[in-house]
Design a protein. Sequence first.
Length: 381
Amino acid sequence: FFLKERMGDSDTANAVSTDTPTTSVVSDQQQQQQQQSQPQQQQQQQQPTTPTKEEEGAAATVSSDDEDADERDEWVPFSKRPEWADVTPVPQDDGPGGGICAIAYSPEFRETMDYFRAIVNSNEKSVRAFRLTGEVIMANAANYTAWFYRRAVLAALDLDIAKELEWTEYVAKANPKNYQIWYHRRELIERTRDPSRELDFTLKMLIDDTKNYHAWAHRQWVLQEFSLWSDELNVVDHMLRTDVRNNSAWNQRYFVLVHTADLSSMELKKREVEYAIKHIRRAPNNPSPWNYLRGMFKGIRFDALPEVKDLCVELRGSFPSCAHVVSLLTDIHEEENTPESLAAAIEGCEVLATTLANIHSKYWYYRQTLARHKAASLKAA
């Protein structure tokens, strides 16, 4: 239900996910309404995602100096905070003369880092040190030293990891592809051994960006580490019905099967080939299901499932410019290894090298040479 709500109705998505252009009749009144709504929609789309008040509250609970820290209108220098009066800041050492080209840090960033160095040097594990790491991270989420020290303080003080997970979600909204956030979150889950919120969290991140490698990698780790495979194929299936060109989802489907099924099973291969064919028909020029289809033929010949050749022959007529069709059909013809099939393979290589995939022309001319050698060997025999 959550996936459908966030990603939309798959039936609607199916209607617009094919390679065949569609036309619709729109009344003058509908056109006028659409034109009036476009500026408002564009304005909404341009607005960046901002944390909600609830998320800001969660972040403040974990990382601020007090409950109202996120509500401050102005940043308060550490030198003016009474609780930091006993700490002597440690400036950054840029070498003799301040270095060749000094970085123009903001005063806020410079002072935050100076106090952070002082805390690290003294190895202080305290609530204020923990809150300071939060300020350092908010200033630069890629500061891996701050993340490392934050985990050390978290463990030393035995702080609430559930709240820390909430905070990482808050930070991840603005930094979804930051390595340190994802590593930090994995470390927390390894400590608690509680993955209950991870699949929903990664799904939210993937809905915002289906190509987020970090979210996929974290999701795969969670699935493997805690054997949470039961519903993953359903999740992936909905992703593909919503967006057939989601190549990351195709990769995830194969990943799940590798870890949960016997890929040598002909029953499974036939099922997955039929699944791929269904999605190929939706968008024949989409490479992802073709690659997935080929993966199902590891260890077997193409003639073991003749419906694949039938599909290629059919689509060769209706989609003559589809390189994926010609490429797979050429492989099938070469595997058949008869004078007629090799002649067809040679012709397919020529079409691919000169027209449909000329960026890889050297490869297809090489394949053509091999096919000619096979044909010559058959003729000599």
